[in-house]
Ligand binder design. Structure first.
Ligand code: HEC
Ligand code: HEC
Length: 206
């Protein structure tokens, strides 16, 4: 099982890189080599992000998601949606508004490569068990992969913050996440808060 998942993840990553490049090129005609002098600029941008998302991409702030180990394409896609004002995140509005396509791609590449770490939140074993059963019934793995490491536009759930995942799932269910992918809403439309909490404990524990 682990072996076959490993293969899955690796082949997934290869195609992520390809589609990320494709997407960035589709955004604008400027998809050549990065401009000289981009590196110091990138470091400055990363510094802004990690004030909230954690120095190593693993968030220690309540309700702020970790970015470490997210599929590159997921991060790129979300940043694009944010810059275009489709996914509205008030505290991030200023930092994303002036980013160029190559900045989005460089930031996505940076955070995707960092190793994900579980947060300091307490994982409840009873909720993990309940969440595992629900996850099987609702087929979370069919999109987020059996390891819940995510793929393409589907985010990593494993080791993500519990408080953030509960918030995110409530927002999908209640139709309050701007720019949300309706595939996700359809999955949890009938779930109550206790069930969402159990799912988050299970996902974080993977
Ligand atoms: C002032 C704090 C803050 C700063 C600075 C910030 N973010 Fe965020 N970011 C957030 C919060 C809060 C959310 C989750 C919002 C929500 O959905 O409720 C978020 C969400 C995200 C997401 C979506 C993640 C997911 O799992 O859905 C990405 C990607 C992201 N930020 C990338 C960045 C990058 C890259 C930077 C730097 C250019 C940055 N952020 C700067 C607070 C911040
Ligand atoms: C049909 C495919 C599909 C299935 C099945 C699915 N998801 Fe998702 N999920 C997605 C997609 C696509 C996104 C990103 C959506 C977006 O861009 O708004 C997502 C996003 C999420 C997020 C937000 C994470 C973040 O970092 O912002 C959470 C949490 C989540 N899913 C949990 C689950 C759980 C738990 C299950 C099983 C109960 C599940 N998903 C089943 C497709 C799916």
């Amino acid at each position: 099982m682990i072996g076959s998942n490993g293969v899955h993840v690796r082949s997934g990553r290869a195609s992520v890189v390809r589609s990320a490049t494709f997407l960035a090129c589709a955004f604008s005609m400027a998809c050549g080599a990065p401009a000289a002098g981009q590196q110091p600029d990138l470091a400055k941008r990363i510094e802004q992000c990690v004030a909230c998302h954690g120095a190593d991409g693993n968030s220690r702030l309540e309700r702020v998601p970790s970015l470490a180990g997210q599929p590159e394409f997921f991060i790129l896609n979300q940043l694009f949606l944010m810059r275009e004002g489709v996914r509205k995140i008030e505290p991030m509005a200023d930092v994303v508004k002036d980013l160029k396509d190559e900045d989005l791609q460089a930031l996505a590449g940076h955070f995707a490569k960092l190793p994900p770490k579980a947060s300091e939140e307490k994982v409840d074993p009873d909720l993990v068990k309940k969440g595992a059963a629900l996850a099987q019934r609702l087929r979370c793995a069919s999109c987020h992969l059996p390891t819940l490491a995510g793929q393409e536009q589907m985010p990593r759930l494993a080791k993500q913050r519990i408080d953030y995942m509960v918030l995110a799932m409530q927002a999908y269910r209640d139709n309050t996440r701007s720019g949300a992918d309706t595939a996700m809403t359809a999955v949890i439309v009938g779930a109550n808060d206790d069930e969402l909490t159990a799912l988050a404990h299970y996902a974080a524990s993977r």
